[in-house]
Design a protein around this ligand. Structure first.
Ligand SMILES: Nc1ncnc2c1ncn2[C@@H]1O[C@H](COP(=O)(O)OP(=O)(O)O)[C@@H](O)[C@H]1O
Ligand SMILES: [Mg+2]
Length: 303
């Protein structure tokens, strides 16, 4: 078992009276795609900024590659690539130039920088735009270039804050593909997102955060099955249905005008519900992280 890439224990971030990160503990292992999942204000960015050594922690323990973030920020920064949420490319430069200029921060010589830039241009499908100025790129291309730029120092850990937010589904899936490929080459990928389906599909492990706290961590499928059972039966909230569920002692949750029943094998329940109550609407679907979040917080993730 390789040493963990990140260890956080009771991690704390305060802004005045506000506790943005409230005693978070988690471990990120080498070579995994690890997600921070949570609504706006959950503390994802604050956590990632402490890991990136750009924002001091207010308390707790935080180590990256076994190095303490307070004592070894320079060493850590040399080993990581960071993609912040906002696009901060140089608008006057071309795709190629943006990559090469960024390499100077890491004292990579010009020939080597150019070589890596060409490689990254291919990896992110930007060959046709190599000499194009940033202003003529689509949102998805800009994001791909921002990620490419963060890889110029061949980081062992890539940290991305909402890399797919605001992009259309096609642009998002292209970015996920590349991130998975990076992982295949041995990089560790840490990212935040509020797209639950994407996190469920692409993250090896994740934590769900809300209001500065880690609510759960684990593999997406394990989180879902341990909290929910495999299936969710959704039907209408009518007196008939509620009476039936109470009589049968079947647990349920009410959301708006719907009732959710989570269960491992849905079929027998569905038959009996239809026979007994004949509800106007009824459907069965697989349980998702969204259901877990709803159960844990009483709220949806989309705000
Ligand atoms: N620089 C700051 N000064 C004061 N409050 C901040 C600052 N940055 C973040 N916060 C607050 O900390 C909380 C967590 O924010 P953030 O880490 O950005 O969450 P997320 O990235 O999950 O949306 C929010 O309540 C936010 O308003
Ligand atoms: Mg954020």
């Amino acid at each position: 078992m390789p040493a963990p890439v990140i260890v956080a224990e009771g991690l704390l971030k305060r802004f005045g009276d506000l506790v943005a990160v409230d005693g978070c503990s988690f471990v990120v292992n080498e070579g995994e795609v690890f997600g921070f999942l949570g609504p706006n204000g959950a503390g994802k960015t604050s956590t990632m900024r402490m890991i990136s050594c750009v924002s001091p922690k207010s308390g707790g323990r935080l180590e990256v590659f076994g190095l303490d973030v307070e004592r070894h920020p320079r060493e850590i920064k040399a080993l990581i690539g960071v993609v912040s949420q906002e696009n901060n490319l140089d608008p006057d430069l071309s795709v190629f130039e943006n990559l090469v200029v960024f390499a100077r921060f890491f004292e990579i010589d010009r020939t080597e920088a150019a070589r890596r830039a060409e490689e990254l241009i291919d990896f992110f499908g930007l060959r046709e735009k190599r000499d194009t100025a940033i202003e003529f790129l689509s949102g998805g291309m800009k994001r791909r270039l921002t990620i490419a730029r963060a890889l110029i120092n061949r980081p062992r850990l890539v940290i991305l804050d909402e890399p797919t937010t605001g992009l259309d589904p096609q642009a998002r899936s292209l970015i996920w593909e590349r991130l998975r490929e990076l992982r295949g080459r041995g990089s560790t990928v840490l990212l935040s997102t509020h797209y639950l389906e994407e996190a469920e599909r692409f993250c090896d492990r994740l934590v769900i955060m809300d209001r500065g706290k880690v609510l759960v961590d684990g593999r997406p499928d394990e989180i879902v099955s341990s909290y929910m059972g495999r299936s969710v039966v959704e039907t209408v909230d009518t007196p008939d249905v509620i009476a039936f569920l109470e009589r049968e002692e079947i647990g349920f949750e009410r959301f708006g005008d719907l009732v959710h029943i989570t269960i491992d094998s849905a079929e027998p329940l569905v038959h009996r519900l239809v026979e007994d109550c004949n509800p106007e609407r009824l459907f069965v679907r697989s349980a998702t992280l969204e259901d877990v979040f709803l159960r844990l917080t009483g709220r949806g993730l989309k705000d």
